[in-house]
Design a binder for this molecule. Structure first.
Ligand SMILES: [Zn+2]
Length: 296
């Protein structure tokens, strides 16, 4: 199944819903960063959520970032999605692994106690920033709590990543269900009953359910209307030019250190781990050009 996400409404617009299948982009993140199963799961779940939250934004250049920071061995990770279905992400310690907890990947244990920060950059001078304490570090519960406390939107978030035996990604995806203000009690009760009855996201995806199927199950008995469908992918916006610009911000002394080492420099993009190589001559030219620019 190709990676994509959908947006839907139900119960006379009282419910808005999102669902995603994201196996390929999670596998791309795993390969780029050579992540352990726990970190693959953490990145896959949070990238799925970030993409759906990106779909909630309207602006062409809007960006949605989720930062998890904790006292666990993974320390934390960051993912950023735009409103066009592109996502990128990285972990501070991509190879962290722990013994399973209750037979499951111990994602929460790798992150530990800490905070989730949600940053919405919608082109204003200052981005909107909301921070909440981590509930479990298992991502979905933390986002549910964030929506309730920071955005006053009752939500249900389901996210899942299942690995193959050889630790490649078997399935990944999830859903977000949100109640609009003044939703009637009957709708809330019916939705709560549905949510208690559905299997985990990974089970639904394993059974071959599409994002549409998942929403049909979560919203069984409601009139579900899909309003948007979008392809999604892991895509980084780094470039040689950007890396050059960041090198050019180094102090003269630091550039001189590089030049006196007399070895080619490799700079890796934090988000996608792509390597950019610069020869000493290129570093020297960079310094010269900068000098020229300031002399002018
Ligand atoms: Zn990159």
């Amino acid at each position: 199944m190709k990676d994509y996400m959908i947006r839907a409404i139900a119960a006379n617009d009282q419910i808005r819903a999102f669902a995603i299948t994201s196996r390929q982009l999670t596998e791309t993140a795993r390969m780029n960063h050579n992540t352990s199963p726990e970190i693959t799961a953490a990145l896959g779940r949070s990238m799925s959520a970030a993409l759906m939250m990106g779909m909630m934004m309207d602006g062409d250049k809007d960006l949605l970032t989720l930062q998890f920071r904790g006292d666990g061995p993974a320390k934390g990770f960051t993912v950023t999605a735009d409103s066009h279905g592109n996502v990128k992400g990285f972990a501070h310690n991509p190879q962290v692994t722990l013994p399973p907890r209750d037979g499951k990947l111990n994602v929460g244990g790798t992150i530990g106690n800490g905070f989730l920060t949600v940053i919405r950059d919608i082109g204003l001078k200052e981005p909107y920033v909301g921070t909440v304490q981590l509930m479990t570090g298992e991502i979905a519960e933390d986002l549910t709590y964030y929506f309730a406390s920071s955005e006053q939107t009752p939500s249900s978030v389901g996210l899942g990543v299942l690995m193959n035996k050889e630790n490649t990604v078997r399935v990944a995806g999830g859903f977000i269900i949100q109640l609009m203000p003044d939703t009637d009690d009957e709708t809330i009760t019916k939705l709560e009953n549905n949510l208690t009855g559905i299997p985990p996201v990974t089970t639904m995806l394993e059974e071959g359910n599409t994002p549409e199927d998942m929403l049909q199950r979560v919203l069984a008995g409601f009139d579900v209307k899909v309003t948007e469908k979008k392809d999604v992918r892991f895509k980084c916006d780094c470039s040689r030019e950007r890396v050059e610009n960041s090198l050019a911000t180094l102090k003269d002394a630091d550039l001189d250190d590089i030049i006196s080492d007399n070895k080619p420099v490799e700079v890796r993009c934090q988000f996608c781990n792509k390597a950019y190589n610069f020869t000493i001559d290129e570093i020297k030219a960079m310094k010269e050009n900068r000098k020229k620019a300031t002399d002018d």
